[in-house]
Design a protein around this ligand. Structure first.
Ligand code: CAA
Length: 391
């Protein structure tokens, strides 16, 4: 940035679902060797939303501790990123704004570009803070990843939200400029309006991701970005955690360096622990990777972290972030671990029942059963309107 203003993440809080399905249980049903899930994909379990949970309840749950700590006085914008849209017109963030009792003098908007939109939201927030450094922006990335039962994508499902407070003089991470950008019109993964589950060309999606890594890094370098060796660790979008390994190997080789397994593990190993047990959370996934890194690594003060955000379709962005002195006293490690630990394990039959649940498409009303033990729930649909309530 041309100015010396330091802008970035002032707070970060993650939330996930009520239920969890292990990949052992899934393998028991699909007949796959569980090692394919554990080692081949790097996934151990997936978060499954209760009937009365969705992207709004997860987003509000993630954001609640942020507002409890920082208040709402400086927040005039909420940017919510999701590809699990609940309405074609109304922004999901307005329900979140309402559940959290935020002031009316707020702008709320929803962003979409597959899993990349969380990063678009972050960068737009950085721009807004530049315009008025007294203000903060609440960025929320929230998604439920859902594929057809029995499809190859099923084992990469998951759900989570990450709320980030973006402001000047951030307590956690300074977001650097430049960014490396890449867009290509590909059909690797998409979800037409009439479908609840995503369509995906699995192998094509992996190639498209790797192409995007290359393209974003090339642009980052051309824009005057840092050399590869400057980065202490890398947070990648993690549709499944082995994808981060593939992506980093690809980047290291593209840079003409030796991609040995130990080096790759050192660079990304600490970013995968939450994603391995939560699954793909689309827009939230890369930021869950950051949470896992900050929560589990030793002192990262002054270290530079590389971020590669990928959204199918496709858009990618590479940027750097520098960890700020004193960040450790602002982490929410206990909250994150508790959110993962508190989930109730379900069997395949229960998971299948939840997976097959759908909302009426003919406008009829629906009362949603009380299931979640989280702070917010979707109570039902009445007169075409979704009704949310504190639990
Ligand atoms: N023990 C250990 N490893 C095993 C194994 C076993 N018994 N059996 C298979 N494996 C390994 C395979 O060798 C493979 O690893 P490599 O790719 O490193 O060779 C891995 O397990 C997966 O095996 P397959 O490729 O045979 O798996 P699959 O055909 O069932 O599909 C997938 C994998 C394409 C990722 C599928 O899960 C899928 O479609 N997922 C959804 C799409 C996706 O996540 N794409 C990622 C890029 S797109 C993106 O990032 C955006 C997004 O969020 C969706």
């Amino acid at each position: 940035m041309s100015s010396d203003l330091s802008i970035g993440l002032h707070d970060l809080s993650a939330a996930t679902t009520e239920y969890v399905l292990t990949h052992e249980t899934l393998a028991g049903r699909t007949g796959a060797d569980v090692a394919k899930y554990h080692r081949g994909l790097g996934q151990l379990a997936m978060s499954v939303p209760a009937a009365d949970e969705d992207v709004v309840t997860m987003a509000a749950t993630a954001a609640r501790p942020v507002l409890a700590r920082h208040g709402t006085d400086r927040i005039r914008t909420i940017v919510l990123a999701t590809e699990t849209g609940i309405d074609q017109a109304k922004a999901a963030g307005i329900y979140v704004h309402s559940l959290l009792g935020m002031p009316s003098a707020t702008r709320v908007v929803e962003l979409k570009q597959a899993c990349y939109a969380g990063t678009a939201a972050l960068q737009f927030a950085v721009g807004l803070v530049h315009r008025d450094p007294e203000r903060q922006v609440l960025v929320i990335a929230t998604d439920t990843s859902k594929y057809d039962l029995g499809s190859p994508g099923e084992s990469t499902q998951g759900a989570a939200a990450v709320a980030m407070l973006v402001g000047a003089d951030p307590a956690l991470l300074r977001v650097e400029s430049p960014s490396g950008l890449f867009t290509a019109d590909v059909m690797d993964f998409w979800r037409p309006n009439y479908r609840a589950t995503a369509l995906v060309d699995g192998q094509e999606s992996i190639s498209a991701y790797l192409q995007a890594v290359e393209g974003a890094w090339k642009d980052y370098t051309e824009q005057g970005g840092r050399p590869l060796d400057d980065f202490h660790a890398f947070c990648y979008h993690q549709p499944f955690t082995r994808m981060a390994h593939k992506a980093h190997r690809h980047l290291v080789q593209y840079c003409g360096q030796d991609a040995d397994d130990d080096g790759i593990l050192r660079a990304i190993g600490r970013t995968t622990s939450y994603n391995a047990v939560i699954g793909n959370s689309y827009t939230a996934s890369m930021y869950l990777g950051l949470a896992a890194l900050l929560d589990s690594a030793g002192d990262l003060t002054g270290r530079t972290i590389g971020f590669l955000s990928y959204g199918s379709g496709s858009v990618a962005e590479f940027f750097g972030g520098q960890v700020v002195p004193g960040y450790r006293s602002h982490l929410r490690t206990d909250l994150h671990r508790a959110a993962i630990r508190r989930r109730q394990e379900i069997d395949y039959a229960r998971y299948e029942e939840l997976h097959r649940r759908s909302f009426p498409v003919d406008g009829s009303d629906l009362a949603v059963p009380r299931e979640t033990t989280g702070p917010y729930r979707l109570a039902g649909i009445s007169g075409h309107k979704r009704l949310y309530e504190p639990r």
